[in-house]
Design a protein around this ligand. Structure first.
Ligand code: NAD
Length: 253
């Protein structure tokens, strides 16, 4: 599967890591579908991607927690482009609330967006890929929190650990159709989700001591890994997590 002219869906692609991933595909002349709850932001992102080299773009308003909206999104992509080659399950939330203070509705929303939303997107897009018979690539954006978490990210860690196993499960189901499934676990990446924290002087200084390569990650660091997993060279890679964290999780002291 070449990157050029591939039809690539990125959920939550309007900003942050999703937009960084979309940029990396656009620079290799893919067609990008930006799926987001915010249509205006998605449309602006789609315009920028055209200027960066995307062959074509489509912005779709879709809340991935709503099955009917995901069905409509996939139908819109099939109507316009006639196929889907790559799905990047990137949309996610992290409320950063201490577990003992967390209301059940907040817990449920994290699970709905980060886990169930990716299930809907993968199952529905895989159905289209299977009908086309040309294989495909599913990429799941998890987190270091698929393995470790903290008291303020228990919902998030639970959703990301579940997302990793969702990826592994779909890998076993879809391999027979030439569809690979892999995850990327980003470390600390500067995005609208996290910048409130990493732009403060204390945490900014902390990065150098916590990340062996000595800097915070960029959305494009994740995009480069996604492009590799979608490339022909990655055809025999399925069911794994690629950690893109500057060595953060390798450090124990
Ligand atoms: N930033 C980090 O340091 C970091 C680290 C590890 C993993 N991640 C993961 O990377 C992904 C992207 O994170 P980010 O930092 O770019 O976040 P972000 O908040 O900057 O962007 C998330 C995007 O997802 C969209 N979105 C949220 N809920 C949605 C829904 N229900 N349906 C459709 N779109 C929805 C938002 O509108 C937004 O455009 C998330 O899955 C996150 O858990 C981020």
């Amino acid at each position: 599967m070449k990157i050029k002219n591939q039809i690539v869906i990125v959920t939550g692609g309007s900003q942050g890591i999703g937009f960084g991933i979309a940029k990396c595909f656009a620079k290799r002349q893919a067609t990008l579908v930006i799926v987001d709850v915010d249509l205006e932001k998605a449309s602006q992102a789609a315009q920028k991607l055209l200027r960066l080299g995307a062959v074509d773009t489509l912005a779709v308003r879709c809340d991935i927690t709503k099955r009917d909206e995901v069905v409509a999104m996939a139908a819109a992509v099939m109507k316009k482009f006639r196929r889907i080659d790559v799905l990047v399950n990137n949309a996610g939330i992290c409320p950063f609330i201490e577990v003992m203070e967390m209301k059940p509705e907040i817990w449920q929303r994290t699970i709905d967006v980060n886990l169930t939303g990716a299930f809907h997107c993968t199952q529905i897009v895989a159905t289209e890929m299977i009908k086309m018979g040309k294989g495909g690539r599913m990429i799941f954006i998890t987190s270091l929190a698929e393995n470790v978490t903290s008291s303020g990210q228990v919902d998030y860690g639970a959703s990301k650990a579940g997302l990793r196993m969702t990826m592994v499960g779909f890998c076993t189901a879809l391999g027979q159709y030439g569809i690979t499934c892999n995850a990327i676990a980003p470390g600390m990446i500067m995005t609208p989700m996290t910048e409130h924290h990493w732009k403060q002087p204390g945490p900014a200084a902390e990065i150098k001591s916590r990340v062996p390569v000595g800097r915070i990650g960029t959305p494009e660091d994740i995009g480069h890994a996604a492009v590799f997993l979608a490339s022909p060279e990655a055809e025999y890679i399925s069911g794994i997590t690629v950690r893109v964290d500057g060595g953060h999780q390798a450090r124990c002291v």
